[in-house]
Ligand binder design. Structure first.
Ligand SMILES: C[S@@+](CC[C@H](N)C(=O)[O-])C[C@H]1O[C@@H](n2cnc3c(N)ncnc32)[C@H](O)[C@@H]1O
Length: 220
């Protein structure tokens, strides 16, 4: 039911077949949004912020209400989770947020160079033992670099110490990246409102007493 309903939503775009880089929007209408998200969907010129691994899109929803001057796109492969985010966005009447259902491996098919002004990666699967699947592995960073503007901030929020340590090592070994913030325990001190949004997964980790880490970096 959720999948059928999602096909009618004007705030969801989906790629059904990873071998065919085609996006469809409401009523299965094919749409080529690469380089044209603002022109064809948001119909304004606001900066575009991606949330990767958005799940139910709680982070994007929180940011979209805090910052109406930006456009948010939540990206995930799991349709039922995106359905929840899309319904919540409609109920909150937020028109500065959309959802993209695709594997993050395919981002470059759906965004043009310099189209994205900021990226959040929120509580992605740490993929222990499968380093190249982690969303901060070099292969993913190269893809992000191809779609972001100069000085775009890329930020990772995670409870996973393994992913945090891995990310730091990857970033420090690259000559095209500068780390701006590196915080292994964000709630040690007061945090700003954008960092204080708590998703389903974050609440679960906090309840277990886990520390939440944050890394922010730019491509130079
Ligand atoms: C642990 S959940 C976190 C969801 C949400 N950010 C939160 O904090 O509640 C991780 C999400 O990442 C998504 N994900 C992981 N790897 C992905 C990939 N390569 N492409 C698309 N989605 C991915 C999963 O589908 C899942 O919804």
């Amino acid at each position: 039911m959720k999948f059928a309903e999602m096909r009618t939503f004007s705030n969801v775009f989906q790629n059904y077949d990873p071998r065919n880089p085609k996006l469809v929007g409401a009523m299965d209408k094919e749409i080529d949004l690469k380089g044209k998200w603002n022109e064809l969907h948001f119909k304004n010129n606001k900066p575009i912020v991606l949330e990767l691994a958005c799940g139910r899109g709680e982070y994007s929803l929180g940011l979209a209400s805090l910052f109406p001057e930006k456009n948010y796109i939540g990206v995930d492969i799991k349709g039922a989770r995106l359905w929840r985010g899309a319904v919540n966005a409609q109920e909150a009447q937020l028109d500065n947020i959309a959802f993209l259902r695709t594997r993050i491996e395919q981002l470059e098919l759906f965004f043009g160079s310099n189209e994205v002004n900021e990226i959040w990666i929120t509580f992605p699967d740490p993929f222990l033992g499968k380093e190249n699947r982690r969303l901060t592995a070099n292969g993913f960073l190269d893809k992000y670099k191809n779609i972001v503007t100069k000085d775009a901030k890329v930020q990772l929020k995670t409870d996973s110490r393994e992913l945090y340590d891995f990310t730091k090592e990857v970033l420090e070994n690259r000559t095209d990246i500068k780390i701006l913030i590196d915080n292994p325990d964000i709630y040690q001190a007061e945090v700003n409102p954008s960092l204080n949004i708590k998703t389903y997964y974050e609440k679960m980790h906090l309840a277990k007493g886990k520390k939440i880490t944050f890394i922010q970096f730019v491509f130079i």
